[in-house]
Design a protein around this ligand. Structure first.
Ligand code: FAD
Ligand code: FES
Ligand code: MG
Length: 282
């Protein structure tokens, strides 16, 4: 069992959970993820390691409550236990000294980009971070990212905070300015990562994306997470999750992510009915 130290709402749909998982905390590296089962009857879902503390033996995840499993997780509180947490999984993010790098985090992906930006800074890079959300109230960890960045640019789609617009606008400006950018790494919604890769392609700057296909075992056995990169089938859990964004078949990824949409909708409706019943009986 993995005891939850706390679960806090940090934005209207986003939650931060700190979990006691000493063996994972000792080995965790930036860019890796865990697979969690929220309750004994639940499914397996992958979530990125947003932070960890090897001495305290804890890991931190930040998740958006979008469906059955993440809603179940959001209802857990300090002292509750998770039956299964497996990890750390996936290859760590490359954190060499490249020179000037731009980590780009979007939405809940801001949490995943934070340890990557930190590792890049520790490796001696000049780090220009761009973080963006739809609206200001969805922003979090601006202070954390500022602490590990030489420059931080914040965007919101609706202009309610920071710069008005999407993350690709300041990104393209930096590339046009000839800031000597050697590498871009992005974590966020699939559409955002696809647009980041499209925007950087004409500049020929290596652009790493952290892919988020449906995963089941997370250890290379089921094939559920397969994606196509440079015309070859790759398993995101064991070959990734990071790949060269200029080589990813984004259309295939988009289609596969929606493969179980009908079942996911049905499952969420059933959960909501059960929650409604519990509230009525109280
Ligand atoms: P559902 O209603 O079941 O699904 C909603 C959508 O989420 C689906 O349409 C599908 O596209 C996706 N999804 C569903 N099941 C899975 C699954 N088993 N694996 C992957 N995607 C799935 N989300 C975060 O909020 N924070 C993170 O740090 C984070 N890190 C991730 C790291 C990796 C390597 C991957 C692959 C995904 C990550 N995700 C993260 C996405 C997260 O796993 C899904 O949002 C979650 O599984 C949705 O489950 P659900 O039951 O709540 O929603
Ligand atoms: Fe099963 Fe990757 S999740 S092979
Ligand atoms: Mg689900």
């Amino acid at each position: 069992m993995f005891r939850i130290q706390h679960c806090d709402q940090i934005a209207p749909t986003n939650y931060l959970m700190e979990i006691e998982a000493p063996a994972i905390a000792r080995k965790a590296q930036a860019g890796q993820f865990v697979v969690i089962i929220p309750d004994e009857r639940g499914e397996r879902i992958p979530l990125t390691l947003a932070d960890w503390d090897g001495e305290q033996g804890t890991i931190t995840i930040v998740f958006q409550a979008v469906g059955t499993s993440t809603i179940k997780l959001s209802l857990l509180r300090a002292g509750d236990n998770l039956p299964h947490v497996v990890g750390p999984l996936g290859h760590p993010s490359g954190a060499d000294n490249y020179g000037t790098v731009i980590p780009v985090g979007g939405g809940v992906g801001i949490a995943a980009i934070a340890p990557i930006a930190r590792a890049l800074k520790q490796a001696g890079n000049r780090v220009i971070t761009i973080m963006g959300t739809r609206t200001g109230e969805l922003l979090f960890w601006e202070d954390r990212l500022a602490a590990v960045s030489d420059q931080l640019i914040v965007t919101t789609d609706d202009g309610s905070y920071g710069r008005h617009g999407v993350v690709t606008q300041p990104l393209v400006e930096l590339l046009q300015d000839g800031a000597g950018v050697k590498r871009i790494i992005t974590v966020g919604p699939t559409a955002m990562m696809k647009f980041v890769a499209q925007a950087t392609r004409p500049f020929g700057v290596k652009t790493i994306v952290s892919l988020n296909p449906i995963m089941i075992d997370g250890t290379g056995m089921c094939g559920g997470c397969r994606v196509s990169v440079d015309g070859e089938t790759r398993f995101t859990c064991t070959d990734g999750p990071e790949f060269d964004g200029h080589l990813v078949d984004w259309d295939l990824l988009g289609v596969r992510q929606k493969a179980y949409a009908t079942q996911e909708k049905h499952s969420q409706e059933c959960l909501q009915q059960r929650l409604h019943k519990v509230l009525e009986e109280k």
